[in-house]
Design a protein around this ligand. Structure first.
Ligand code: ATP
Length: 232
């Protein structure tokens, strides 16, 4: 398995206030697949994503990406791990306000020794004509496209998306999901999408349901639907 999560546990707080958020998560995702992670609010989806992303740390268990085990890495190694393996897309676009679309994407490129070709990527993103605008001159969808560009330009093995369409309307959401699908097909990155939107599972290769910090169900989806045909 390309991404392997073994017996992952995480609690917050201590003593009486201790809350067990992840209770022994066991999950594998194959290279180049799209995995959608569903579950009610508070089930631990973002916590799991943040641990895989090296933003948060687990109490026990392990995460392995391409044979590299994260647990036990020091700060420098974790930074290198994030740089080499991971791209992150959030609900809030977190762009740098005084840099253009192209410059925001270039920020991501600096983190890689082998970045993707920026002109080609701008074309894939549908942002060529907007490349010299700053974020305040863009729609929400265009800002999220830019954020996806910044995450993907270093051609990460894994793209983690936490509610990537949470702030967007129906049509723009479908547009962004179709872009994520296109990125997956063109560059072959493994993609994990956390969402509240049940319909998004239909575009996934693997559907994972989380409940109360445990995996309730894992389903391989043989009847994948293109993102643009999703309905909700
Ligand atoms: N830093 C923290 N300190 C204390 N508790 C936390 C912290 N981060 C998350 N939690 C708690 O962990 C639980 C799981 O949170 P998490 O954000 O992973 O859930 P989620 O499934 O992503 O929820 P949502 O869909 O609402 O984003 C929640 O009860 C939350 O209050």
């Amino acid at each position: 398995m390309f991404l392997e999560i073994e017996q992952l546990r995480k609690s917050y707080g201590t003593g009486e206030n201790k809350v067990e958020v992840l209770k022994g998560i066991q999950l594998g995702v194959e290279k180049g697949k799209i995995c959608v992670l569903l579950g009610p609010s508070g089930s631990g989806k973002s916590t799991l994503l943040n641990i895989v992303g090296g933003i948060d740390t687990a109490d026990s268990g392990s995460v392995t990406v391409a044979g590299e085990v994260m647990q036990g890495m020091n700060d420098r190694q974790l930074t290198e791990y994030r740089r080499k393996h991971l791209g992150y897309v959030f609900q809030a676009y977190n762009l740098i306000g005084n840099l253009t679309v192209r410059e925001n994407i270039e920020v991501g490129a600096y983190l890689s020794s082998q970045p993707l070709d920026i002109d080609e990527l701008l074309d894939v993103l549908g942002l060529t004509e907007h490349q010299n605008k700053i974020p305040s001159q863009l729609s929400g969808g265009q800002q999220q496209r830019t954020a996806i560009g910044r995450a993907i330009v270093k051609n990460p093995d894994i793209l983690l998306c936490d509610e990537p369409t949470g702030a967007l309307d129906y049509h723009t959401s479908k547009d962004i999901l179709a872009l994520i699908e296109r990125v997956n097909q063109k560059y072959g990155n493994t993609i994990v999408i956390v969402t509240h939107n049940d319909a998004i599972k239909n575009m996934a290769d693997q559907i994972v349901k989380l409940k109360d910090g445990q995996i309730q169900d894992v389903e391989m989806n043989a009847a994948k639907v293109p993102a643009e045909q999703l309905e909700w």
